[in-house]
Design a protein. Structure first.
Length: 112
């Protein structure tokens, strides 16, 4: 579904960064949440991010890989934890695809 356009100024508010998943596991008591510790570079450090991908991906397979994350998303409480960002994925007809970044991209790099 096509969404409304946003201004360039609104787009610039998003801080999308290259991050490396340092560890990941299913969140105890949840059917679909993965809890990840993600290195977002010097500006953010390592943050805890929760994502509803546990029914699609094996958490341990994500460790050591780099992806794009929204680093400045408002913190959101989920099941007694706080998610401090969001992993970006591609979606097509209810299928979710992870979009890995090349290893050569340093953590914390700005993604535009």
């Amino acid at each position: 579904m096509k969404k409304p356009t946003v201004s360039f100024a609104d787009f610039q508010k998003l801080d999308i960064r290259a991050g490396e998943i340092k560890d990941a596991a299913r969140l105890e008591g949840s059917r679909n949440l993965i809890i990840m510790h993600v290195d977002l570079g010097a500006d953010y450090g390592t943050v805890e991010i929760l994502s509803g991908l546990a029914d699609l991906f094996v958490p341990e397979d994500l460790v050591g890989k780099k992806f794009a994350f929204v680093a400045n998303l408002e913190p959101r409480p989920l099941m007694g934890k706080v998610s401090n960002g969001m992993i970006l994925v591609a979606e097509e007809e209810a299928k979710i695809f992870l979009v890995p970044l090349p290893d050569a991209i340093p953590v914390g790099s700005v993604v535009r």
